[in-house]
Ligand binder design. Structure first.
Ligand SMILES: Nc1ncnc2c1ncn2[C@@H]1O[C@H](COP(=O)(O)OP(=O)(O)OP(=O)(O)O)[C@@H](O)[C@H]1O
Ligand SMILES: Cc1ncc(CO)c(N)n1
Length: 283
């Protein structure tokens, strides 16, 4: 039997499927990587916002992690929503035991809807304990500002921020996402040596729920398959661009992205719904 690469997401949930663990698993699957998940918090949310959050007891998170690591060792790990300091320290213990597994840290703090997903008091722990263990950290502008405690308003400042995430905070590489800053959706990548720009046309849409989760999950899947960090980030960028471009008009708020969007791009496809969307029904 053929061995397939595996990726683990440690994150919160989204019952409407656009963000969190559900988005991560869809993304892993699209990249042909076997997905596994450990739930940190169950989040009652939809495209309009968060209504209730239930943190899993720490023993339960530990037990889920033990079940995964005792049985199927992941080829790459990503973390998304980790709300509390206690959860961060537990996850850090596991990362310490497996330092060779690539680790993508998406420092989720606030949802697209504006709802807070990480306790403010945990910010120092994510910065001091988890970032130094990250193969790649992927903050959006707001998260980068909070982690570095300064304003970031230009692409030049994004590049400085990416450097500081590596040289000051200790990540191996960083990508600072500027989806909301310029006419072009430019992200700045830095790996301790080179600064590189990932640029795609900015798409006019309000349907961006879960973009960050999807992007970092694709990068994780590519790292699981052995891609280098910059290649993985480039593939992630192409994937999320298509996922936003072929966005699906679901829900009453900021709708989800289309995890199978990249398949619609010039690829012959006989799935009816795909044809319909390709014919220009993006919203
Ligand atoms: N309207 C857009 N058009 C094109 N690319 C976009 C757009 N919005 C975001 N992106 C890209 O999507 C990726 C994810 O970035 P974003 O800043 O939205 O993450 P995020 O804020 O962490 O997402 P979320 O918290 O909603 O999951 C980045 O590559 C960003 O440049
Ligand atoms: C569980 C979860 N993680 C991340 C985000 C950010 O999009 C969200 N809305 N929900």
């Amino acid at each position: 039997m053929k061995k397939v690469q595996t990726a683990l997401t440690i994150a919160g949930t989204d019952p409407t499927g656009g963000a969190g663990i559900q988005a991560d698993l869809k993304s892993f699957e699209e990249r042909c990587v076997y997905g596994m998940s450990v739930v940190t918090s169950v989040v009652a949310q939809n495209t309009q916002g968060v209504s209730l959050i239930h943190h899993q007891p720490i023993d339960m998170i530990n037990e889920q992690l033990a079940c995964v690591f005792d049985d199927i060792q992941p080829d790459a790990i990503k973390t998304g929503m980790i709300a509390t300091e206690e959860m961060m320290l537990l996850i850090s213990d596991y990362l310490e035991q497996y330092p060779d597994i690539p680790y993508v840290l998406d420092p989720v703090m606030v949802a697209t809807s504006g709802d807070v997903l990480m306790e403010e008091s945990s910010r120092a722990v994510i910065r001091d304990v988890l970032i130094p263990k990250a193969t790649l950290v992927t903050p959006n502008l707001k998260e980068a500002r909070l982690l570095l405690d300064r304003s970031i308003t230009t692409v030049e400042e994004m590049a400085e921020a990416a450097k500081d995430l590596v040289h000051v905070l200790g990540a191996s590489a960083a990508v600072v996402k500027g989806g909301h800053l310029t006419d072009e959706a430019t992200d700045v990548f830095y790996d301790g040596k080179d600064t590189r720009y990932l640029t795609k046309e900015r798409i006019k849409t309000k349907h961006t729920h879960g973009t960050g989760c999807t992007y970092s999950a694709v990068i994780t899947a590519e790292l699981a398959k052995g891609q280098g960090v910059f290649n993985a980030a480039s593939l992630g960028k192409a994937f999320i661009h298509d996922a936003i471009f072929y966005g699906i008009d679901l829900g009453h708020g900021n709708g989800p992205t289309n995890h199978f969007g990249y398949r619609l791009k010039g690829v012959p496809n006989d799935i009816k719904i795909c044809e319909k969307i390709r014919e220009g029904e993006r919203s």
